[in-house]
Design a protein around this ligand. Structure first.
Ligand SMILES: NC(=O)c1ccc[n+]([C@@H]2O[C@H](COP(=O)([O-])OP(=O)(O)OC[C@H]3O[C@@H](n4cnc5c(N)ncnc54)[C@H](O)[C@@H]3O)[C@@H](O)[C@H]2O)c1
Length: 329
């Protein structure tokens, strides 16, 4: 397949492009580099052993999307391009809706117009809202707690309704849990701009001395050690989940959780990082952050049953690869 990967230079996109090349697919990356670097594309080519086509542009821009589809024979789309900071989305909701939702509308419309039958979308566990654990795909979704979450829910609905109206259009909604880690080469990984919102890049920057101390938000949650529990998944496992989703695409809408299926607390992750990498992580407790949930993790059995995919890499591998990437920067 010739796969259009929007946001292909980003954290999850870059690992997925490598996995696509390794699986024998061709890749067209569309990225505006708003949260990534151009040299990542060369690294993808190095790791994947083949070249990719790069289109620098904004996929929330109608003309860019039209030209992408007119100038490339695309068989499938993986739509990663999106803004992903929860606090930023609260401050700038319209920017988030324009970027994340408008891009989905334009790309879906272009697929229908050009007869592109496969669309894989980067959704998030955030669409479950505050729900019982483990999260299962068939659960009723709760109102998201941020504009970021609302853009994911809106995009899911737009794609589901489009698939229902267009015979042959295959939509796969992938609800990611918490991707961490990096490619074992250390060439690509998570390198967010500014102070990280996510735990793992925060830890690696503390380990490197770029930040002084880790802030652990909340130590009085009803969890075994009082800190928040999340479902961490190695980014290379997540990338492989996209290949499985593309290869099993079928008309209508399919929904899959991509997670490990088990919960790990903040302190357990810090302990694993220290043990595996032999580096101390100074930390202090801070008040809970509004909107953060005590604990959530996936029921990942549907993806295993229907896609033949499950997460293979454990927490030790995740923290090792994250640190290897940080030291390589
Ligand atoms: N990382 C996570 O924890 C996580 C969890 C759940 C869902 N997701 C979703 O997965 C997707 C990828 O996340 P990521 O962690 O790789 O983020 P990322 O910021 O590293 O990658 C996103 C990429 O999209 C590009 N981009 C953004 N808006 C664009 C636009 N309008 N046109 C072209 N390119 C654009 C950015 O430059 C970047 O390269 C996002 O949609 C995100 O919401 C991420």
């Amino acid at each position: 397949m010739n796969v259009l990967v929007t946001g292909g230079a980003g954290y999850i996109g870059s690992h997925t492009c490598v996995a696509l090349l390794e699986a024998g697919h061709s890749v067209v990356i569309a990225d505006n580099f708003s949260n990534s670097r151009r040299d990542t594309v060369e690294r993808i080519e190095r790791l994947g052993g083949r070249s990719v086509k790069l289109v620098e542009g904004d996929v929330a821009d109608e003309r860019t999307v039209r030209e992408l589809f007119e100038q490339n024979a695309i068989d499938g789309v993986i739509h990663f391009a999106g803004l992903k900071s929860v606090p930023e989305s609260v401050a700038q909701p319209l920017r988030y809706y324009r970027n994340n939702v408008f891009s989905t509308v334009l790309l879906a419309a272009a697929c229908i117009e050009h007869g592109v039958g496969k669309f894989v979308f980067s959704s998030s566990a955030t669409v479950y809202g505050s729900n019982d654990v483990p999260y299962r795909e068939e659960m009723e979704l709760r109102t998201p707690t941020s504009p970021y979450g609302s853009t994911k829910l809106a995009s899911e609905r737009i794609l589901t309704e489009t698939a229902a109206s267009a015979p042959g259009f295959a939509v796969t909604l992938l609800r990611y849990f918490n991707p961490i880690g990096a490619h074992p080469s250390g060439l690509i990984g998570d390198d967010p701009n500014g102070v990280p919102n996510n735990l793992m890049p925060y830890i690696t920057r503390v380990a490197r001395g770029k930040l002084e101390k880790l802030k652990v938000y909340g130590n009085d949650y009803p969890t075994p050690d009082g800190t928040g529990v999340r479902d961490y998944i190695h980014v290379c496992d997540l990338a492989e989940g996209h290949i499985a989703a593309l290869e099993h695409a079928r008309p209508g809408t399919q929904v899959y959780n991509l997670g490990s299926g088990s919960g790990v607390s903040v302190l357990e992750l810090v302990e694993a990082f220290e043990r595996v990498n032999g580096v101390k992580i100074p930390y202090e407790f801070a008040p809970r952050r509004p909107g953060d949930l005590p604990a959530y993790y996936a029921d990942a059995s549907r993806a295993e049953r229907e896609l033949g995919w499950s997460a293979k890499r454990g927490v030790d591998e995740m923290v090792r690869d994250a640190w290897n990437f940080e030291r390589n920067l």
